[in-house]
Write a protein that binds this ligand. Structure first.
Ligand SMILES: C[S@@+](CC[C@H](N)C(=O)[O-])C[C@H]1O[C@@H](n2cnc3c(N)ncnc32)[C@H](O)[C@@H]1O
Length: 257
């Protein structure tokens, strides 16, 4: 059992609102797994933005996340939509599940939430251990160019300002500093919630995000023992130099779909 997690509470409450217009990765992963006959695991599945449409296609899928509240949202959505999926509250930095999988994926750059080399190695070792022979690992990552160019912001800058029909509003402001040596953007996020125009509560959270260069991540995957590492340059999510999609196989190659 994991104690209070970064994504618990206020963040889980607002996450779906913040991401409601992002559809490109949802469509991409839904297309990858359309008609897929094997068992799939999404790491850092959150509230199921990507997982749910795959589960609704009838694909056997499980999700893993460290946040109790994000998983509670996933469970509620699965129930509401009449879809089936398993879910586990564990850290992707080291996990142990009762199943083996034909595909494991991490969407939306969530792999970059693992900061230390130990966490990264633990995650990749766990992925390999859970893949059946011939299974594959798929992930997308991005280079946070804007932060890298700016290096640092002295003051908080509003990053999101969302209003809901129930009269609540959440203003998210960010301040960051780039740790170039470790390739980590160290952000502090300030969340302020208002109800009918009156301040209700606020929260400050540290949010580190690691980035990788294309060749570097290929090397990290190879050194972790993946036998085939491929940059999917034709993926609709790819943006050369900025957004990379990697597929890595653990053993015999398996085709999508
Ligand atoms: C940006 S959200 C992505 C959620 C979902 N995949 C999506 O695309 O909407 C990141 C998710 O990673 C989860 N997370 C962060 N660190 C984690 C860790 N070490 N192990 C498991 N989940 C983690 C958070 O709880 C959160 O749900």
């Amino acid at each position: 059992m994991i104690a209070e997690d970064f994504y618990d509470g206020l963040i889980a409450e607002w996450y779906d609102e913040w991401l409601k217009d992002r559809r490109d990765d949802v469509s991409y992963y839904a297309a990858v797994f359309a008609g897929f006959r094997g068992r799939v695991l999404e790491l850092a599945c959150g509230s199921g933005r990507v997982l749910l449409p795959i589960a609704k296609q009838g694909v056997a899928i499980d999700g893993l996340d460290s946040s109790r509240d994000m998983l509670a949202k996933l469970a509620a959505r699965l129930k509401a939509e009449g879809a089936k999926a398993g879910w586990y509250q564990q850290s992707m930095a080291h996990f142990d599940l009762p199943h083996r999988y034909d595909a494991v994926f991490i969407a939306a750059g969530s792999f970059q939430l693992l900061i230390t080399d130990e966490e990264v190695a633990g995650c990749l070792e766990s992925v390999r251990r859970h893949l059946r022979p011939g299974g594959f690992f798929l992930l997308d990552v991005f280079v946070p160019w804007e932060a890298i160019r700016q290096q640092k912001t002295a003051a908080f800058t509003v990053a999101r300002d969302n209003q809901r029909g129930d009269g609540t509003r959440c203003v998210v402001a960010e301040r960051f500093e780039v740790d170039a040596a470790r390739q980590v953007v160290r952000s502090i996020f300030r969340y302020e919630v208002f109800r009918n125009g009156r301040f209700e509560r606020s929260l400050l959270r540290d949010f580190p995000l690691r980035w990788y260069w294309e060749d570097e991540l290929a090397g990290v995957l190879r050194r972790a023992g993946f036998s085939g590492v491929e940059l999917l340059a034709d993926s609709p999510l790819s943006l050369p130099g900025t957004w990379f999609v990697f597929k890595a196989t653990a053993g015999r190659e398996q085709r999508f779909g």
